[in-house]
Design a protein around this ligand. Structure first.
Ligand code: HEC
Length: 192
């Protein structure tokens, strides 16, 4: 009888140890996934790019607007489009900014030869509720003109919650935008 309860006790102990180890592992895995630049973020950014091309918001066939003079860190000359799109079954607002840079640029040079000066396409897409509750569920991405991704100096690809928890980057800077909606030039309400 005594032996039996000892075995029972040992079994319970081993089980408890196992559960603790599992919990620890799950936590470690969660901590390992960075807030941006992961495989999931990259694949989402690719899906988003295709939809932006179809909607003529990026790519060679994009709708052109008159560029305006911008400021760092975005291009010296910028072009911006906004609308509502559907990605993976979720409909949300999207803001697309073409960033032009180069020597001796003027607005008319950009209008006439956009491909020469286009260096980056920065996008904010309002994702489903809960995607990033701390930061109003924005998906941030910095594309190269061909739809591949720019990286930060550490080599992390710029797609996802960029750069959540860091003192600099998309989220940190856009937190300072008037109206508390992370938008500088726009208000979210014009697309609601
Ligand atoms: C140091 C500050 C700063 C950082 C970092 C920054 N932005 Fe911006 N962003 C601005 C400012 C200022 C504007 C509005 C002025 C302009 O058009 O340049 C803006 C405008 C935008 C807009 C147009 C929507 C709007 O009205 O706000 C998009 C889209 C955007 N940024 C995306 C991004 C993405 C994506 C990143 C990160 C890869 C990023 N930004 C990083 C300052 C910043």
């Amino acid at each position: 009888m005594k032996k039996r309860s000892l075995i029972l006790l040992l079994t319970i102990l081993v089980a408890l140890l196992g559960i603790t180890a599992c919990m620890y592992e799950t936590k470690a895995v969660q901590q390992d996934v960075p807030p941006f630049g992961s495989e999931v973020d990259v694949s989402y950014s690719q899906e988003l790019w295709k939809i932006l091309v179809d909607a003529k918001l990026v790519g060679p066939g994009m709708i052109r607007s008159l560029p305006y003079e911008g400021m760092e860190p975005h291009g010296v000359i910028l072009e911006q489009l906004s609308t509502v799109i559907k990605v993976k079954g979720h409909t949300g607002m999207v803001f697309v900014k073409a960033n032009y840079m180069g020597k001796g640029m003027t607005r008319s040079k950009v209008v006439n030869e956009p491909a020469v000066y286009l260096k980056a396409v920065t996008v904010m897409f309002k994702r489903e509720k809960g995607y990033d509750s701390d930061n109003q569920d924005w998906f941030w991405v910095k594309y190269k003109p061909d739809g591949s991704l720019h990286a930060n100096p550490k080599g992390m690809l710029l797609a996802g919650r960029v750069a959540k928890g860091k003192p600099a980057g998309c989220i940190a800077c856009h937190t300072g935008a008037d109206g508390g909606d992370y938008l500088f030039n726009n208000t979210a309400s014009h697309l609601d």
